[in-house]
Design a protein around this ligand. Sequence first.
Ligand code: SF4
Length: 278
Amino acid sequence: MLQQIRNGFGPKVSASEQSLAALHTLAAEAAKAAKATAPAPVAKSAPAETKPSLPPQITIVAGSPEVVPTVSTVWTWETLEAAALNCTKCEHLVRSRTQVVFGVGNRNAELMFVGEAPGADEDLQGEPFVGKAGQLLTKIIQAMGYSRDDVYIANILKCRPDMPGGSTGNRKPKPEEMQTCIPWLEQQIALVKPKAMVALGATAVEGLLGSNGPVGKMRGKWFEFRGIPVMATYHPAYLLRNQLISEKRKVWEDMLLVLEHLGRPISEKQRRFFTQSA
Ligand code: SF4
């Protein structure tokens, strides 16, 4: 199904109805199940009163990735955020997460960044891209001429992937976790309606475009998700691991393509960033 809900490669598949229906169903059934059987989400840092309550027309099926159309809820930011923040579809992640990391930024942004999953910092703060990699992403956004508040930022997976034995570090989301969670992101994209998106790293590329190919071979090219142009590039964490100016330049060249696509002004100084003459 994950493949079906993407349309980046190959013949386009209209999956919006499936995905929206999926959201509706899991939203519609989960509140019921969550009340009756699901363990209460562990709120380690987010006070319970800060989490919107689940709208009455929405239920979510705890522990079930199945999605079946049931209700005709029209999603708004309020209902979507409330439903996602109360999501209990992945019981193992509900047990380990501090909170659901929904997304942040301008909900009418022309540019949207999509990452992988919350890390430890994001899990604690409830906001995507706030750790070291996030700080680098913020610098990239600013170098493009935006502020962090101008763009919208979200992840493929909304809960931090659990680690064996509670060990530190991060792991890549599993395909079934991505399949279960991605309807939330799809609906976010449908509400933002960005003019362009940037897929940061292999997991974002896989989630949006359905490709397991190396990012190095996909970066610098335009793909499409539901008619929205998607630029693939390296995750900022890759640039933290690989400090070569040539790698930074590759990401920057991808961002220049995004700016050109959006018709944003680009100074000569910006064009020379991460070159020997910069
Ligand atoms: S990862 Fe996504 S689908 Fe799974 S519990 Fe968290 S919000 Fe729900």
